[in-house]
Write a protein of this length. Structure first.
Length: 248
């Protein structure tokens, strides 16, 4: 099924029957990716008195409670409300869901004990393009990212100057395959978050950051149409399902 979209002055055609899902599935066990020192999510049947919400145990339906944290347990999209004193919901920040996106693959640069994604590398890879959304895949890229436990690993992160560069370039929606765009243990400085959202000077309330994605190696670097959908949570962040469509 082909569909044509008008994005600004550009007409783009995609095949809606060939989605490229770059979200991760949330699982109620230790195979779920983890960060921020939390245990695995819990998915379990509701129990009331002698009733268990599970068909295999006599119920007419499966009826589960799910306990999870959007920031720690999988693909999520967040707004400036993640770092602001006043409340802002991602459900209010994201009102449009289709964007022209660029996928790039980056080898983080080792600096001391850290691995950073510098502005110069992004500038080189984008080659003058100014996408609405940027999808960053870090290398090496293995399927183990889908089950990795990141706590206390000092994962790679986006340098503050790189976040400023993307903001000034006009990128509204940043997606990355790490638990955070910032250093794991940075004493709460959150430099990349603040730089990308331009907080607190002039916050970009309609800009979003999506973390904990997984971009399969079968998805080539290049231009795509992105459909960024979130669960309708009144919260600073919500589970999300970013899907790419190859341009025809």
């Amino acid at each position: 099924m082909k569909a044509t979209f008008k994005k600004g002055e550009q007409l783009v055609t995609v095949d809606l029957l060939k989605p490229l899902d770059i979200s991760m599935v949330l699982k109620g066990n230790s195979e779920n990716p983890l960060a921020w020192y939390l245990d695995a999510p819990i998915i379990k049947p509701v129990t009331m008195d002698n009733w268990v919400g599970k068909v295999s145990e006599g119920a007419s339906v499966n009826f589960n409670n799910i306990y999870f944290n959007p920031h720690a347990h999988g693909t999520h999209t967040e707004c400036v409300g993640h770092i602001s004193e006043t409340f802002h919901s991602v459900n209010d920040a994201l009102k449009h869901f289709f964007f022209m996106a660029e996928v790039i693959s980056v080898v983080p640069e080792t600096v001391g004990e850290d691995q950073i994604i510098p502005a110069k590398e992004l500038r080189t890879l984008l080659e003058g393009k100014q996408p609405e959304a940027l999808v960053i895949r870090t290398l090496p890229n293995t399927a183990s990212k889908r089950t990795r436990h990141y706590s206390h690993t000092n994962w790679p992160y986006l340098h503050e100057e790189a976040a400023i560069y993307l903001r000034e370039l006009g990128v509204k929606h940043l997606l990355i395959d790490l638990p955070s765009v910032d250093k794991e243990k940075d004493e709460g400085q959150l430099r990349a978050h603040k730089a990308f959202w331009n907080y607190p000077e002039a916050p970009r309330y309609d800009a979003t950051i999506t973390e904990f994605i997984y971009v399969p190696n079968t998805v080539s670097d290049g231009s795509y149409l992105l459909n960024l959908q979130i669960a309708s949570f009144q919260n600073d962040a919500a589970p999300s399902k970013p899907v790419l469509y190859k341009l025809l």
